[in-house]
Design a protein around this ligand. Sequence first.
Ligand SMILES: *Cc1c(COP(=O)(O)O)cnc(C)c1O
Length: 372
Amino acid sequence: MAMTDNDTSLASRHARDALRALVPYSAGRDPDTVRRETGYAGPMIKLASNEGVEGPFPEALAAMEEALSAARRYPEAGARTLQHALAEHHGVGAGEVLVAAGGCAVIQHLSSAFLEPGDEVAYCTPTFHLYRLETLRTGAKPVTVSVDAQGVYDLDALRAAVTARTRLVYVCTPNNPTGGLIKREPLRRFLESLPRHVLPVIDDEDYPDPARVRRVTDRPAVIVRTFSKIFGMAGLRIGYGIAPRDVVEICQKVQNPYEVNRIAQAAGLASVRAAAELARRMRTNRESRSRLAAAITALGLKPLPSHANFLCVRVGNARKVARALEARGVIVRPLDAMGDPASIRITVGSDAEHRALLAALEDSLRTGAMDQ
Ligand SMILES: *Cc1c(COP(=O)(O)O)cnc(C)c1O
């Protein structure tokens, strides 16, 4: 029998049923691919993946250089030094911190640990696409309701979607891709209204102090955090969850003990205490975002109010507009995979990147690329 026939039939016969309908995560397109496809010869600008404008903190760069020379050694198992530093920073117990290869890995571990076929997972749409993929991967069922008109998670509708089979409820704030932020009091009421068989997962990519959710409610909940965005380390794959001790312990059972590499652990540790640099970047992001929103509004478009490092803009046919912008050297994210085929998401970038984006947008508008 031919080798390829054998391989194909093996996967189609024995791969898990839940995986058959699963379409892999659709990431922001990379500049080299886009350049090849479009033939655009100028500099290619990527505002498609919410990466931080600046790279790793200076303290993190220095720590990584030092860690490189020790690369023959395995990293610290369970990233214990970083785990303790994060716990101290957030005022929680060390056993309540799960260090993982990005916020995505925290979400994957929660799915592996808690979901079985037939379980339900509730969240709003459009939202972070991984919730859907991870739910389907385990054979569980996504149950979704729409965000409100401002792009904020609709907590009343979400509460109503919870059933006796619901295991996890995702709350994304500010919501990726719309940017809407949930206020503290509605969040408290929502969390406390949830039945005890549901574990809420607050995917919180903005709050400078995630421990504040602890002060909002005593109810067990998971808070997911990343080093990818404002800390400028998306390429290193590091993030963490703050969760009740027993949830952390269960997740560690499904996690590779050396999941987070030595370089990333060192960079994370050096970044945790750099409060002044974090505050400066948050201010810069806020200011750049409002300048960008004003400029896009001046072109006659209406970005949703955003509390994150991106803007969501309704354009009509998102794929078509994204292609038109790519042909002009700017990559943004059409939101069809996230459940909104009419909008694009634009990452907040540098002033020069914004100038290029605005020129490309204006040109696309003029040449009718945005008509349906
Ligand atoms: C960026 C992001 C994450 C985590 O990304 P990692 O790079 O895996 O840390 C998780 N959730 C949301 C909503 C995000 O925007």
